[in-house]
Write a protein that binds this ligand. Sequence first.
Ligand code: ZN
Ligand code: ZN
Length: 404
Amino acid sequence: MRSVLLRFQEALRERGWDGAVIASPESLSSTNLRYLSGFTGSSAYLVVSTENAWLLTDSRYLQQASVEAGDCEVLEQGVHVAASIARICREHGIFTLGWEDDKVPVRLFKEWLDTIPVVWRPLDHLIEELRLIKTSEEIDAIRRAAQIAGAALMEVLGNLVGRREIDVALDLEVAMRRLGAESLAFPTIVASGERGALPHAHPTDRVIRSGELATIDYGAQVEGYKSDETVTVATGPIPADLRRVWMVVKQAQTQAIATIRPGMSSRDVDEAARNVIRRAGYGDAFGHGTGHGVGLDIHEAPFASPNSSYERPLEAGMTITVEPGVYLAKIGGVRLEDTFVVTPTGFERLTIVRKSLSFLIRRTVVRRNFCAAICRGIRGQHYPNDVAAGSGCAGTATTHQLVD
Ligand code: ZN
Ligand code: ZN
């Protein structure tokens, strides 16, 4: 049986409950149902007792469910799902039933109250608590998603200037799919120039120019598990004040990463980043939390936030992003984000792209200097400054070298 389902049943036993019901109809898609059962379809109900599990779904998914949810007895849900759940409870001596009090709509719960004669107990995020600590299979999936996403980003980073944000997003998304992502982790964010001040900007038809910042927040999904990473790169030499902002955010991220280990709290991670940004005078320009867990959902516990109600100790097996940002209205913004898994001794970084401001500048110079023919191809001329700098771009196809 799936180890996570066994852990859930053990938790039910500890509470002295007979079972729980997890509802994930079309209108209420729940990753908790997938987590416990393995079923990936869009509509199902899961009834778990301390010994068994039943997955109720409609005729579209019966075959799929019997393959994916191998630990569950798969049943057709019938016209009246609540009556089917009531029958399972009656036949298997389930008198106390947990329910997801933060998810089930009032209307559905009223129907259950009328139809299923049990004592109801709120699950109070019990499944989310189990999901906090990832299994090695879960971490493998997130790691693969992050590697695919990073490799895809490398393909598009060299080709930003003169292109629309939406085209860059599309290229990145296609590359992620081509490299093995089953889907995107979330809608890609590409925000260039002054639009970088919008933390969750949707890509637009704005053309990315040389000499500005571009923020790309993106992720891939593998086996339901998501990756999350943000880069902010300069598309050419940028003004000193923007460069300073980038350096402050980089420093904030570095300080926050250094706090990740068991025993520290999620709030310590936030504080480390926030202190750097505050000291640099940008405290008001960093409005969101520093990080969050990643798994089947893109945002899940633990949360690295200044809000103490989210505070919890870090434990090995938790994932957490570190994503400080500074957003200056009408000017631009910077966010740098990596995803980590907490290990017994510290952390492992799952995202693979090095956070470098000048990544793109270097790439451009490299290409520009690659040979005379390419110089002509890109800009129609050679670069005397490069020759002066000793880069070897002397206007022939044979004399070239990397400057970096
Ligand atoms: Zn992100
Ligand atoms: Zn994030």
